[in-house]
Design a protein around this ligand. Structure first.
Ligand code: HEC
Length: 199
């Protein structure tokens, strides 16, 4: 029974208790760090007022991927919003995407279903045709996806989800804001809408 100290049951029991306690502390610290990094206004997740600016993509050769750039002033729907108002509008859009369960068909930041296109960069989808007309086209599409069906050759149609005009504005703000997030190149092979004189 007189085995060496490191082979005793008692030693390993204490070790397990200590490890669990230490790792719990590490987990708590990492959680705080993650929350800091995913909060709007951090380096990777821009502040909500980014919707007052033009969003475009620039190829970063050191990272070998497209990264979002927040450019000159280009207020959404022609109105520059304060940080609080921008947050309220984006939140309205986010809550609408949750209430209407867009993830049932779409992916947002990679989460969701694969029936319909990923919405992470929908704001910069070249299929909207024109940079200037896009915000109104998006609102029209959300209010009446049947008449304004886009198709992409799949024949799949988005149902009319009974979104109000106010909610549609929020969703477009949410999608514009989401396109500013540096997603490490996700989705891959993404080509942003051509924008006159990218700056
Ligand atoms: C039942 C499935 C379904 C649900 C739920 C759904 N969509 Fe769609 N959506 C589609 C399909 C299919 C398309 C592609 C066909 C089209 O664009 O006409 C699409 C296209 C889109 C596009 C255009 C994408 C692009 O990159 O140009 C946007 C934006 C969009 N949906 C937003 C939403 C939002 C916001 C919600 C939730 C409020 C939502 N969708 C819920 C099926 C769905």
């Amino acid at each position: 029974m007189n085995s060496v100290w490191w082979a005793s049951e008692d030693f390993w029991r204490k070790m397990a208790v200590w490890l669990t306690a230490v790792m719990t502390v590490v987990l708590i610290l990492l959680t705080f760090d993650t929350v800091k990094q995913i909060t709007a206004g951090s380096e990777r997740v821009p502040a909500y007022s980014a919707i007052n600016h033009r969003i475009y993509y620039r190829f970063d050769s050191s990272r070998n991927m497209q990264v979002p750039v927040i450019g000159d002033s280009a207020p959404l729907f022609g109105t520059s919003l304060s940080e609080e108002d921008a947050e309220a509008l984006v939140s309205k859009g986010k809550l609408t995407t949750q209430a209407k369960n867009c993830m049932n068909c779409h992916t947002l930041l990679g989460n969701g279903a694969y029936y319909a296109p990923d919405l992470t960069k929908a704001w910069l989808d070249p299929a909207w045709g024109s940079e200037a007309a896009r915000e109104q086209l998006m609102v029209n599409f959300l209010l009446d996806p049947h008449t304004n069906a886009r198709g992409y050759g799949t024949g799949r149609k988005m149902p009319n989800l009974g979104i109000t005009e106010e909610e549609a504005h929020g969703v477009v703000a949410f999608l514009k804001w989401m396109s500013t997030i540096d997603t490490n190149g996700f989705p891959r092979n993404f080509t942003p809408i051509s924008q006159e004189g990218d700056r």
